[in-house]
Write a protein that binds this ligand. Structure first.
Ligand code: M6R
Length: 605
């Protein structure tokens, strides 16, 4: 995945491009580049490394060009290097473009173009597009012709030297948004790239081309027909895309959790009549034969908790699949099934492919998503937004919490729609306790230094196991994922009951286990697992409820949580796991917001 940006306006483009690229850097950060049009020629800078490296090269450079494009890369084809960095050009350097996506048939296109005499200067798939656009004639026509030949996914910003004050954008299976400012227009992979300048946007759809000129913009479908599309004002606050005094976006986003949870619940719970109101799916009766949840990574672990919520409360059978597995196993799915796709970005390639397959098979698709106008929200039958605000840290935190909130509300909503009896008034209690969670999360955050101390004590260990049962098992998976992705420490999440079937062989003094101890029916069993680990000299960090005296004597360290219902405990227990991972990564000196080899959303399969 990469980030692309284009600017056309009345002011010099370079500062807008660099600022925009910084907010897109979460999408890829192994190389960077910009191109500007000056006196009908391109000036470009391309570099392996981060945007700050490019900025250093540009210290003594200034330009009045008001039209330019930029790119921040996460390599797929061709190693990170200056020559593979975007923008790419045709042979005569009359076309400049930046690309996010994958040209699947690039090898055959490249072979054909080489035979025709085209000269390639990089190892990327993207460069073939520049050569396909080379030539004479109306640039728009050349774009449409190129689209007929390229297979795969692409979002493009293109400038033709013959039209130095025109910027083109093309979207096909990769995100591209048009920002409409007072005297300027932006094209970008994601909103934060221009949110400081405008919140008025047009969400482009697959197959669309936009031509931006000083006179305004025109959108075309791939067959060249002009289209009218609504300009939407996005509710996101640009401040949310800044670090706001925190050292890292991840830490800021962990701290935003009480607020975004409140926002996600807002207007969706009626405490007077103890009901959940989800206008997005008004009229859905919840009578599905089965629900299948598809998602990747952290969103998939939220899905595992969603299964517990939906089965327990709404009594609907639920299966959870990795989106990347679902699509290749010929799933038994049809009209009577609901597929819930969970995705922070709404652009994860595997999740989108799974949804497309589910739709082909006639299933109804509900998206739980954080990004307005993303591809997922365009192809789903209905969308419930998570309202987490922009999430920039590569390690997902606040989006996960909001996904849990939506899944719980959904389970409560379907329970009522299906007329499931609530004799023990369990649902009412859940709703009452749910609204206290933001305050309880704040209480945990106020004691942040505990996690810093804990991290100092444990960061040199090389292996961690995370163990839990019931609602704590998905959390064990998520806790382990957080640790490994930002601190590069090997960590495994396991159902605690599985320990004795193999993983216990790993226990030795240098292995730490984070044991999530609930108060439910499996509590004594999990404590048994903890004792088995201690008996083999393993280190134990336990997570339990304030006042759990029994555990204090058994674990090496214990993290206490404010009391809540067992079903709501993941909302609280996740916060210490995020903070622990954060501070371990910090102790190790890792790049928390931009961990190696990763990108925020994975738009390739
Ligand atoms: O944007 P999505 O929610 O679809 O992304 C799914 C995963 O790629 C994502 O959760 C990933 O696992 C994160 N790096 C986890 O922190």
């Amino acid at each position: 995945m990469c980030g692309i940006i284009g600017y056309l306006g009345k002011e010099p483009a370079l500062p807008f491009l660099l600022r925009g690229l910084k907010s897109l850097e979460y999408r890829g950060y192994d190389s960077v580049g910009v191109a500007l049009v000056e006196e009908e020629k391109f000036i470009s800078f391309r570099k392996k490394g981060k945007i700050r490296d490019l900025e250093q090269d540009l210290t003594d450079f200034s330009s009045n060009s008001c039209c330019g494009i930029g790119h921040t890369r996460w390599a797929t084809h061709g190693v990170p290097s200056d020559r593979n960095a975007h923008p790419h050009f045709d042979c005569q350097e009359k076309v400049a473009l930046v690309h996010n996506g994958i040209v699947e048939n690039y090898q055959s296109l490249r072979a054909g173009l080489s035979l025709e005499g085209h000269c390639f200067r990089s190892d990327t798939d993207s460069e073939v597009i520049a050569h396909l656009l080379e030539g004479e004639g109306d640039p728009l026509e050349r774009i449409f012709n190129m689209m007929k030949r390229v297979e795969g996914s692409y979002a493009l910003c293109i400038i033709f030297q013959e039209e130095p004050d025109v910027l083109y954008g093309v979207r096909q299976l990769s995100p591209l948004i048009l920002g409409v400012g007072e005297d300027s227009h932006f094209l970008a992979s994601d909103l934060p790239a221009f949110l400081e300048d405008t919140r008025r946007v047009v969400f482009l759809e697959d197959g669309e081309v936009v031509r931006v000129s000083p006179a305004g913009y025109t959108i075309y479908s791939s067959d060249g027909i002009k289209k009218d599309k609504p300009v939407v004002t996005v509710p996101w606050d640009p401040v949310r895309a800044e670090k706001g005094g925190f050292k890292h976006f991840m830490l800021k986003e962990i701290h935003e959790q009480p607020q975004v949870l409140e926002e996600t619940l807002m207007g969706r719970i009626n405490l007077l009549d103890k009901r959940v109101c989800l206008e997005e799916i008004a009229g859905w009766d919840g009578n599905f034969e089965r629900i299948t949840i598809v998602a990747c990574g952290t969103a998939n672990y939220a899905g595992l908790l969603g299964k517990i919520f939906l089965e327990k409360l709404a009594r609907i059978p639920v299966e959870v699949d990795y989106a990347s597995e679902f699509r290749y196993r010929d799933p038994l799915i049809g009209e009577n099934n609901l597929v819930i796709a969970i995705s922070q970005s709404g652009e994860t390639a595997d999740t989108l492919a799974a949804v497309r397959l589910a739709k082909e098979k006639g299933a109804r698709v509900l998206a739980i998503c954080n990004v307005m106008g993303s591809t997922l929200t365009q192809i789903a039958d209905a969308v419930i937004y998570t309202r987490a605000g922009i999430e920039i840290g590569v390690a997902s935190t606040k989006a996960f919490l909001c996904q849990l909130a939506v899944l719980l509300l959904l389970a409560l909503y379907f329970a009522e729609a299906r007329g499931i009896e609530d004799e023990q008034l369990e649902r009412e209690k859940i709703l009452e306790e749910l609204v206290s969670l933001p305050r309880q999360i704040r209480e945990i955050l106020e004691k942040e230094e505990i996690f810093q101390d804990l991290a100092r004590e444990f960061y040199l260990l090389k292996d961690f196991l995370y163990l839990g049962r019931g609602v704590f098992y998905p959390l064990a998976l998520e806790g382990a994922l957080k640790l490994k992705e930002i601190s590069y420490i090997h960590a495994e999440g396991l159902p605690a009951g599985e320990m004795k079937h193999g993983p216990i062989a790993l226990i030795e003094p240098d292995v730490a286990s984070v044991v999530l101890v609930g108060s439910g029916e499996t509590r004594s069993k999990v404590i048994g697992n903890l004792e088995e680990i201690k008996a083999r000299q393993g280190k134990v960090i336990a997570v339990s409820w304030v006042g759990d005296k029994e555990l204090e004597k058994k674990a090496d360290r214990i993290i206490f949580l404010p009391p809540t219902l067992e079903i709501l405990s993941p909302f609280l227990a996740i916060v210490p796991l995020q903070l622990f991972a954060y501070y371990v990564a910090l102790e190790k000196g890792c790049d928390v917001d931009q961990p190696r080899n990763l990108a925020k959303s994975v738009t390739v399969e």
